[in-house]
Design a protein around this ligand. Structure first.
Ligand code: BES
Ligand code: ZN
Length: 620
């Protein structure tokens, strides 16, 4: 037999072992009580009051069901901290109330809501209210907003927090369309990850979303919002005081869409708008369909942090079209998206910038690989019994992206791009597993190109760490920075003689991140005098600087550190600072003092992370 034929047979065998259950029709999700094999939500109609006085959403969710098992007489939904008031089903055009049972809460999964349903019923309506502590919502006072005049609220549903504001099947295995009627107090505009109307609607907002989405992409926000268009199909929603700055910072968005469409296929969601949140938003960004949610901490004034927009936009293909079936396959969303993000940056800015960002990302990965348990450095970790929020690391992002980069380099860009474009097309609006990915890439790329075997790709997914032949990112620009840093450290040149005139944010980050942690107060002072880091308006540079300040007990930055931690709630920026503070007794005292001030302004997810961090280190 030909060598190639044997390879194909072996590949087919491996793939068939890996794919006992096709993800598209069955499968189960350990992070949901739902039973999608019995019935599925097809469409949701929300009717909600956004009550800022009570910090609650109050109203109803009407679920239209598709029955896969006609006899099933119970619908099980996910909920967390919901006050369920009444449940009804529809029969012959009439609503009838029906018994329901709310199970005791599991700390990770919440409470299963079981609803009795006659076999013919296809619509259920649940009257409910959310808790002011809902894990997926944050309610802000006017003081916590940019404009200081009106309150603000927003959702963050990924990974398993949609259930804290809507009773539903909270698993990416299920997709639904939706419509909503929302009522807001005077002067507050509501938006959703749906078709928004830029015009003000005076307290009564109607939405509809014709493309089916998984629950983690369900999104809502309300505040004193205004809209500014950036192009025909892109625009920004933000509080008026930051609207113009945001629209200027992000006006490459249209170019980013065009670049992605050209290589990877049509943008399938019609509009693409950005919602700029208050600084307590716990993430950099969230890819809610048609309306990415964006932290204001990336508005640096020079577009240097806009790869975040490339990232959230890229999810419109990787994630929102082809969706991880469960949270153990998060890399299918984040690894693909990180890879696409760098391709977009290369096209819209330069390969120089894309390479620098890839090196910075790789350095984050190295740090995580060094500190995580080996089992959690696999692309597909075992999440059973665990909270998906707890194992969040750069592995899914950066190792996932390195796998695609390695495929691109080994097989060649043209063939790889053709496969990737086809992968999005073939699997659009479908949940995807690692096994499904292997099957697709085997059939549509590896069988035609023998530089890479299926076994190699499987090893990337199943083995811990990085394969020895990974294509590691490199940057010539950074070689220059290494040299300059070395010269300064060895006192060959003074701080103000560093050749910094044309350094970008990425170059500064690389310069700072690779300084020895014990560089000393004297040298910190020298740098600060030359470059005014403590007063930097770039939150990433400031973050790197404050890490150094903590390690060196550079007290001149203490006030800035306190101010940073009390005004920003983005987890990626604050958690490493708390971790660094907790290394010493005096730092710990400072951390607890700052956190007492900061905690009320943090999002529930950020509060939970810092609470855990303080508790775990107190026990040491
Ligand atoms: N979808 C993620 C945010 C997320 C992931 C929320 C997992 C909950 C669970 C989003 O696209 C993201 O990756 N944000 C990053 C952006 C960065 C990598 C450019 C962030 O928030 O830092
Ligand atoms: Zn992402």
């Amino acid at each position: 037999m030909h060598k190639i034929t044997i390879r194909i047979l072996v590949s087919l065998l491996l793939v068939s072992l890996a794919t006992q259950t096709p993800a598209t029709t069955t499968g189960s999700d350990p992070h949901s009580y739902a039973q999608p094999q019995l019935m599925r939500i097809q469409h949701i109609h929300l009717d909600l009051d956004i009550d800022f006085a009570q910090q609650q959403l109050i109203g109803s969710a009407e679920l239209q069901l598709q029955r896969l098992q006609q006899q099933a007489d119970e619908l099980v939904l996910d909920t967390r901290d919901l006050d369920i008031r009444k449940v009804e089903f529809e029969q012959d055009g009439q609503w009838h109330s029906t018994p329901f049972k709310l199970a005791p809460a599991d700390p990770i999964l919440g409470s299963a809501l079981s609803i009795k349903l006659p076999a013919a019923a296809q619509k259920v309506r649940i009257f409910y209210a959310t808790s002011p502590q809902a894990s997926g919502l944050q309610w802000l006072t006017p003081a916590q907003t940019a404009g200081k005049r009106k309150p603000f609220m927003f959702s963050q549903s990924q990974a398993i927090h949609a259930r804290s504001w809507v009773p539903l099947q909270d698993t990416p295995l299920v997709r639904f369309t939706f419509a909503a009627n929302l009522r807001t107090p005077e002067g507050l505009k509501a938006v959703m990850g749906a078709n928004n109307d830029a015009a003000d609607q005076d307290g009564n907002y109607a939405f509809d979303m014709p493309q089916p989405i998984p629950s983690y992409l369900l999104a809502i926000a309300a505040g004193e919002l205004r809209f500014q268009a950036m192009s025909e199909r892109t625009g920004v929603y933000a509080e008026s005081v930051i609207l113009a700055a945001a629209a200027a910072e992000f006006d490459d968005t249209e170019a980013m869409i065009k670049a992605t469409e050209k290589r990877f296929g049509a943008y399938r969601w019609e509009r693409y708008d950005l919602l700029i949140l208050p600084p307590s938003f716990p993430f950099g960004g969230m890819e809610n369909p048609r309306l990415s949610f964006i932290t204001p901490t990336v508005i640096a004034g020079d577009k240097s942090l806009t790869s975040l927009i490339a990232h959230e936009l890229a999810h419109s293909w990787s994630g929102n079209l082809v969706t991880n079936a469960t949270w153990a396959d998060l890399w299918l969303n984040e690894g693909f998206t990180t890879y696409l993000e760098r391709r977009i940056v290369e096209d819209v800015y330069s390969s120089r910038r894309a390479d620098m960002e890839a090196v910075l990302g790789y350095r984050d990965l190295q740090a995580d690989l060094a500190k995580l348990d080996a089992a959690d450095t696999r692309l597909q970790p075992d999440l059973s019994g665990r909270d998906p929020d707890d194992i969040f690391s750069s592995v899914a992002y950066e190792k996932g992206s390195l796998l695609l980069r390695w495929l691109e380099h080994t097989i060649g860009r043209a063939a790889f791009d053709t496969w990737l474009r086809g992968y999005f097309d073939r699997n659009a609006f479908v949940p995807m597993t690692s096994a499904g990915f292997l099957r697709d890439i085997n059939q549509h790329l590896l069988q035609q190109h023998d530089q890479v075997t299926l076994a190699q790709v499987r090893a990337w997914i199943e083995q811990p760490g990085l394969p020895a032949d990974a294509t590691l990112p490199q940057s010539d620009a950074f070689a220059v920075i290494d040299h300059a840093r070395q010269q300064w450290l060895q006192q060959e040149i003074s701080a103000d003689a560093l050749p910094t005139a044309a350094w970008s944010t990425q170059e500064w980050l690389y310069f700072l991140n690779k300084l020895p942690r014990d560089v000393g107060v004297k040298r910190m002072t020298e740098l600060d005098q030359a470059y005014h880091f403590t007063a930097s308006g770039n939150n990433e540079i400031l973050h790197s600087w404050l890490l150094l300040a903590i390690a060196n007990e550079y007290v001149s930055a203490n006030a800035r550190l306190r101010n940073y931690l009390t005004s920003i709630g983005r987890r990626k920026l604050i958690i490493p600072l708390y971790e660094a503070l907790l290394e010493t007794a005096s730092g710990r005292a400072m951390a607890t003092s700052i956190y007492t001030m900061a905690r009320p302004g943090y999002h529930p997810l950020a509060q939970a992370t810092v609470d855990k961090l303080l508790a775990s280190t107190a026990a040491e």
